[in-house]
Design a protein around this ligand. Structure first.
Ligand SMILES: Nc1nc2c(c(=O)[nH]1)N[C@H]1C(S)=C(S)[C@@H](COP(=O)(O)OP(=O)(O)OC[C@H]3O[C@@H](n4cnc5c(=O)[nH]c(N)nc54)[C@H](O)[C@@H]3O)O[C@H]1N2
Ligand SMILES: Nc1nc2c(c(=O)[nH]1)N[C@H]1C(S)=C(S)[C@@H](COP(=O)(O)OP(=O)(O)OC[C@H]3O[C@@H](n4cnc5c(=O)[nH]c(N)nc54)[C@H](O)[C@@H]3O)O[C@H]1N2
Ligand code: SF4
Ligand SMILES: [Mo]
Length: 670
């Protein structure tokens, strides 16, 4: 018997990007643990990953290419060889290109794996092909935009900064599900006396670690931030010295803030005037206030402006200059690697059309020129995760559309494929990882062999490039060689780490310059509350869009799944119990609903069945569903995104998942 412990990295789209220790016995991964030597993981994993081996060796893994023999969606797949599969793609694409041009082909991918090489290599291939480009803004583009409008490319505080804070605001982040290692810092700060304030739309599991919970009306956080800043200015609680030295446009902003009285903001947010005043005072008087900013509040039609407004708060009180103070948005480590070596935009000969991933439904159904005739989906599950599910499915049902899905499992999307290609898991492929929640980077070799005939993203694009006659050396190398290139000519930031240690598979931390928190990387070198590149020169209140329906529909993350991933582990699906719709007792009473009954949430786009859970954890006027289920586990033939819309955010073309309203009725009345 051979037994080894190998290092790896969690590949999922999670800010924690954990270091893993994999116990490999006789070439099989038998146990997965958190790496105690990883400075952020510190030896613990979330409930989803403690049994990653159950995902890797799931009996449901796809291990052979499969061809649909019946009508679309009929699940009449038959195994074929890789050679045959690649030939089919080649022939279909050559016909499509001859008739409509390569722009009739669209890649669709997001974040099944976050490794730099496997995640991004498809872009090089599709640039070379001349396919339509996918605008990948489903997650947090508006949040990034709002932050940058004020802070430029200033480095986001290290998560350990929070250890020295005396007031941590968890603003629209369900950290108990989505950022559990940051919660370790929150708990440590609490032990030293810090207060934790959660600003949410309902009492999430994260309320348990919070001293205070404030529930705002969905999409109204901009109003709360503006109201708080009004009070801070009105009551003389600003840090004038910091403002004079580091802030652009405060005097203009002050005039605007005058309008945002707590009374007006109370109406918009649904909060009592006292609460806005208390929060403003507590924030301004804290020794070192620290905000951890989630993404939920940015997924509204006013999302970028909301984030822009909140990002001004630390500037007014000089939080950036205080050890333990600041605001943590998504950490950008994009300059640590020269990702353009992987994505190779230079292979694009002529600019091609751009299709926003949130509007896949329209792109597949509406008249576009050239029409979309082929979709190549890899490491994404659009039927489950993309807004306006009914439109996506309608598009995938088009008999003239040639759909290829490269997947680990028979997902809701794979079921609609003409051709399925089996994908490896992260343990079967090499990669190099950076994080959006901390500053560690880490390389991971494959720790086991590929299961069955599964191939990695890199390998699939190499095969396709070969049959299509792409002769650039790029397509003729291995993923390991690509990783080596990234390490052998490191960026100036990466060059500062111990490259030997990194190459050997250990986590290493990117160094932060001294006083980085007050080195503002904006055109003016100051925090730009006033931004002359923006149409709105100063932050202001914008309304969310909503729909013509009575209840806000918040569809937030579950502790036991990650987007639509992990639904292959039955134990995790069972922990979610049922696909619940959470509703306040008073709303349920008005409707005459009883706990546990089947209800349908509906709006102009679709209807979805849920099991009703009556609970005071959600306020009246809001209904909540946690997690993205696979359709097979849903009470009806639709899941949450049948209700969400293809509308985009005010800036940066982002998704607006939470800017959704529904009505609810008893299932018997459908
Ligand atoms: N367990 C688990 N972990 C995950 C994920 C998962 O699905 N499950 N998803 C991963 C991904 S892809 C991402 S991007 C991150 C996201 O991580 P987060 O940023 O923490 O999560 P979000 O989904 O953006 O939403 C967080 C919270 O926003 C709240 N919210 C919605 N609207 C508003 C509002 O108007 N105001 C306020 N104040 N709050 C609001 C929701 O109730 C929800 O609890 O998490 C990652 N980690
Ligand atoms: N209603 C609602 N919808 C949401 C959200 C929400 O909060 N509410 N969150 C949104 C957010 S923040 C995001 S980021 C998106 C995420 O959307 P996606 O990136 O599509 O995320 P997943 O649902 O995790 O699907 C990833 C798929 O990739 C597959 N996969 C994993 N590794 C590999 C690999 O190496 N190669 C290949 N070929 N396949 C692989 C997995 O099996 C899985 O089916 O969802 C969004 N959708
Ligand atoms: S999903 Fe997040 S918390 Fe869980 S192991 Fe992966 S990186 Fe860590
Ligand atoms: Mo995301």
């Amino acid at each position: 018997m051979s037994m080894e412990i190998k290092r790896s990295v969690c590949p999922y789209d999670c800010p924690d990007t954990c270091g893993l220790l994999i116990e490999v016995v006789n070439k099989k991964a038998v146990k997965v643990k958190g790496d105690p030597e990883h400075p952020y993981t510190r030896g613990t994993l979330c409930p989803k990953m403690v049994h990653y081996e159950k995902t890797v060796y799931s009996p449901e893994r796809l291990t052979q290419p499969l061809l649909q023999k019946g009508p679309k969606g009929s699940d009449n797949f038959e195994p074929i060889t890789w050679d045959a599969a690649i030939q089919i793609i080649k022939e279909r694409w050559q016909h499509i290109i001859a008739e409509y041009g390569a722009e009739a082909i669209l890649p669709y991918s997001y974040a099944g794996t976050m490794g730099i090489v496997q995640r991004n290599c498809g872009e090089a291939f599709f640039y070379r092909l001349g396919a339509s480009c996918l605008e990948r803004t489903i997650c947090s583009s508006s949040k990034g935009y709002g932050w940058s409008a004020v802070m430029g490319s200033t480095l986001v505080p290290h998560p350990n900064e929070a250890l020295d804070s005396d007031l941590i605001i968890l603003w629209g982040t369900n950290a108990m599900a989505t950022n559990i290692h940051f919660l370790q810092n929150v708990r440590a700060a609490k032990k030293k006396g810090a207060k934790v304030w959660l600003i949410e739309t309902y009492e999430t599991p994260t309320a348990k670690v919070s001293d205070q919970v404030t529930l705002v009306k969905p999409g109204s956080d901009g109003a709360l931030a503006l109201g708080m800043m009004h009070v801070i200015v009105r009551d003389g609680l600003t840090n004038e010295q910091f403002i004079n030295e580091h802030v652009q446009g405060f005097s203009e902003f002050k005039k605007v803030l005058h309008e945002y009285t707590p009374e007006k903001m109370s109406r918009l947010t649904g909060l009592k005037v006292d609460v806005i005043e208390e929060l403003a005072h507590l924030y301004a008087k804290a020794r070192a206030p620290f905000i951890s900013l989630g993404t939920g509040l940015s997924r509204y039609c006013n999302g970028a402006m909301t984030v822009r407004s909140i990002t001004c708060l630390p500037a007014l009180v000089g939080a950036w200059a205080k050890p333990g103070g600041g605001l943590m948005a998504n950490i950008s480590t994009s300059t640590a690697f020269d990702t353009s070596k992987v994505t190779r935009e230079d292979l694009l000969k002529e600019t091609t059309r751009i299709i926003n991933m949130n509007q896949l439904g329209d792109a597949l159904n509406k008249t576009v020129n050239p029409p979309l005739m082929s979709l190549f989906v890899y490491h994404s599950n659009p039927v489950a995760v993309t807004p306006d599910q009914n439109m996506v499915i309608k598009g995938l049902l088009r008999e003239d559309l040639f759909t290829v899905v490269h997947e680990r499992f028979m997902t809701d999307t794979a079921l609609y494929a003409d051709l399925i290609l089996p994908a490896t898991t992260s343990l079967e492929q090499p990669d190099i990882y950076r994080s959006y929640g901390h500053y560690c980077v880490q390389k991971a070799d494959a720790v086991i062999e590929a299961l069955g005939e599964a191939k990695s993203n890199w390998e699939v694009f190499a095969l396709l490039a070969q049959v299509l006659g792409f002769d650039e050396p790029y397509f003729n190398q291995t993923a390991e060689e690509m990783i080596k290139q990234l390490l052998e000519s490191p960026t100036p930031w990466l060059a500062q780490v111990d490259l030997e240690k990194l190459s050997a598979g250990y986590p290493v931390e990117l160094p932060l310059p001294e006083n980085y928190k007050t080195k503002f990387k904006t055109p003016s070198g100051k925090i730009e509350i006033y931004n002359n590149k923006e149409e709105d020169l100063l932050p202001k209140y914008l309304k969310p869009h909503g729909d013509d329906a009575p209840y806000w529909f918040v569809n937030s993350p579950s502790i036991f799944s990650l987007n639509s991933s992990f639904n292959e582990q039955n134990e995790l699906v069972e922990k979610k119990e049922k696909m619940y719709l959470l509703m306040h007792p008073v709303d349920a009473q008005v409707k005459g609903f009883s706990d546990g009954e089947l209800v349908s949430a509906f709006n102009e786009r679709g209807k979805v069945a849920f099991v009703l859970k009556i609970t005071p954890l959600v306020p009246s006027g809001v209904v909540v569903s946690e997690g993205v289920f696979w359709l097979r586990d849903c009470p009806s033939d639709s899941s949450v995104n049948a209700l969400t819309s293809q509308r985009l955010t005010d800036r940066a073309q982002g998704s607006t998942f939470y800017d959704t309203k529904v009505d609810v009725r008893s299932i018997n009345n459908i």
